[in-house]
Design a protein around this ligand. Structure first.
Ligand SMILES: Cc1cc2nc3c(=O)[nH]c(=O)nc-3n(C[C@H](O)[C@H](O)[C@H](O)COP(=O)(O)OP(=O)(O)OC[C@H]3O[C@@H](n4cnc5c(N)ncnc54)[C@H](O)[C@@H]3O)c2cc1C
Ligand SMILES: NC(=O)c1ccc[n+]([C@@H]2O[C@H](COP(=O)([O-])OP(=O)(O)OC[C@H]3O[C@@H](n4cnc5c(N)ncnc54)[C@H](O)[C@@H]3O)[C@@H](O)[C@H]2O)c1
Length: 491
């Protein structure tokens, strides 16, 4: 059977753009269909605007802190100019990386409109003005996700902010409530608080960033509290409403106490739901659940020729995982290479200041599995660069096998954690041990040196009295045996 295209990609976000680019590189006649603008969540309503806002808020914080060094600074800040800057940055990233002409120049056919299935090989595209049908041998679905509205009484009846609207604000809310202490909630909480908004965060969990290392998330929590953010954790939200004067009221049971919070705006950051309802998946007999399109570890759906990648699968909701899944899907589809999603070396990073990142297994997962491992700890206060930068609030934790130094997971809270974690990811994926990292020269004075010094702790933990006695005996040394009782001592 002859199809219009070899590969058809639905959705032009992180996953779809990766698939389409790879498709033409493999020599496949490729069509990319996008309902709005190329770039998706990451460029327009996710990573890029959130990190730009965090950077602007970080500068505001630095201005405040600079006064402690004797700098005389002007404190004035204009919220609407900052938000204009955020929106300009999105345009810049779009122009440089996502603009359709970049993909057309590569050889991808790009078309705009809403796609939905007609049958397993045919897609209809509705652009409002034009309606067309195209067929393809292989199809990759990459339609992303959107913010979920939790079932809180009153929420559906009032306007609230999500990641789709918060970067469009013109006026700064004086008091902002946030439902959700996940990555979106924490990044936005710190950004707005630093810009001068009073932020209160509600979460039903007893702690923030529930998927991260408990101790490190606790350190971040303390830091955010110090910056003035109020937390209502283990909170059961019973009602929200908006008064005629525009004030938001949120009622929650916190512990056994009923608390009422009043503010100017409410951001809902309570997780994501897959964008697959408008695709008419049933017409193609594609299996899905409310969580997302069902795929195996090769990103294949129940059809041999249809794949899904990124947020729409409900498996991982991260840009780098969307790209990774897109690579797996496209390679499996077009090259028939049986690649699988690398679930073992997944990296997570929340870009608060300080950042919080982890790779591989968390300590909780290791404990739940009954794994044997050692924890190698290295505080930022022992990293000279962190001292010179006044950035000593941080801790590196590595979970590894005692004798072999095989790394099972690592977690970092501290400046540049999101960058530093990649070294452990590379090490884990390639069987590089703690000993190998400890023996690798890292530049002084860098934060990366902290990665090496944390690995040095493998030598420290494996040091024993008998080794020292042997050295003394072999070489005739006369010193005393050092105190080795503290296995976390730092040399
Ligand atoms: C505030 C926020 C901050 C974030 N920060 C980070 C971060 O720092 N790091 C990180 O790794 N991740 C971050 N994420 C997550 C990241 O944005 C997503 O994981 C990623 O963008 C998902 O990419 P995707 O390609 O799967 O989907 P999307 O980027 O959502 O792309 C899907 C595309 O499909 C299109 N589409 C949908 N339906 C149709 C249809 N029927 N026909 C045609 N087109 C359609 C949409 O218009 C969209 O352009 C953040 C998310 C949020 C909300
Ligand atoms: N830096 C990053 O990599 C980054 C940044 C932002 C977002 N993201 C991605 O986007 C995804 C979505 O982020 P998110 O923070 O919206 O979701 P999330 O699922 O990570 O966190 C949502 C939080 O909301 C809470 N919650 C849900 N319903 C609630 C209710 N009714 N009452 C009180 N609390 C409630 C949950 O307990 C949870 O802590 C993340 O999983 C992440 O993959 C990544």
């Amino acid at each position: 059977m002859k199809y219009d295209y070899d590969l058809l990609v639905i959705g032009g976000g992180a996953a779809g753009l990766t698939s389409a680019g790879m498709g033409v590189n493999f020599g496949a006649k490729t069509l990319l269909i996008e309902a709005n603008k190329l770039g998706g969540d990451c460029t327009w309503t996710g990573c890029v605007p959130s990190k730009t806002l965090l950077h602007a808020a970080g500068l505001a914080q630095k201005v405040k802190e600079a006064e402690t060094f004797g700098h005389k600074t002007a404190k004035q800040m204009d919220f609407s100019s900052i938000l204009n800057h955020v929106r300009a940055k999105r345009e810049e990233v779009y122009r440089e990386a996502d603009d359709p002409h970049i993909f057309r120049n590569m050889g991808v056919d790009v078309t705009f409109g809403k796609a939905r299935f007609v049958d397993p090989h045919t897609i209809s595209i509705d652009s409002g003005e034009k309606h067309q049908q195209v067929s393809s041998r292989y199809i990759i679905i990459a339609t992303g996700s959107k913010a979920v509205a939790p079932p809180v009484p009153g929420l559906e009846d009032m306007p609230y902010l999500t990641n789709e609207t918060i970067f469009e604000l013109e006026e700064q809310p004086r008091r902002l409530g946030i439902i959700g202490a996940g990555p979106v909630g924490m990044e936005m909480a710190q950004a707005f608080q630093r810009l001068g908004t009073h932020v209160t965060v509600f979460d039903m969990q007893p702690r923030i960033l529930i998927n991260d290392d408990e101790e490190l998330a606790g350190m971040l929590h303390s830091r955010l509290v110090k910056e003035g953010i109020a937390f209502r954790l283990s909170a059961s939200i019973t009602r929200v409403s908006k008064s005629d004067s525009g004030e938001v009221q949120l009622t929650a049971e916190v512990g056994r106490e009923e608390q009422v919070w009043t503010g100017d705006a409410l951001l809902v950051a309570a997780g994501r739901v897959a964008n697959h309802n408008s695709l008419a998946l049933d017409k193609a007999g594609i299996e899905y659940t409310q969580k997302g399109i069902t795929v195996n570890d090769r990103c294949r759906t129940n059809h041999n020729h249809i794949y899904a990648a990124g947020d729409v699968t409900g498996r991982y909701q991260l840009s780098h995982m969307s790209e990774h899944m897109a690579k797996i899907a496209t390679t499996n589809a077009l090259l028939k290479m049986p690649l699988k999603i690398d679930t073992k070396h997944l990296t997570w990073s929340t870009y608060t200041d300080p950042e919080l990142a982890h790779v591989g297994a968390t300590e909780k997962q290791l404990k739940d599995k009954g794994a044997t491992y050692e924890v190698y700890r290295f505080p930022y206060e022992k990293i000279d660069r962190a001292r010179t930068d006044e950035a000593t609030d941080g801790l590196i934790k590595i979970f590894a096998k005692k004798w072999t130094g095989k790394i099972l997971g690592a977690a970092i809270y501290g400046r540049q954690a999101g960058d530093l974690i990649s070294e452990y990811a590379l090490a884990m994926r390639n069987g590089v041990t703690l000993r190998n990292i400890a023996d690798t020269i890292h530049p002084y004075p860098s934060y990366g040196l902290g990665v090496r010094r944390a690995a040095d702790q493998w030598y420290v933990k494996n040091q024993s009295e008998w080794q020292i006695k042997l050295i003394k005996w072999l070489f005739g040394y006369r010193g005393s045996i050092p105190d080795l009782s503290n296995k976390d001592r730092i040399l």
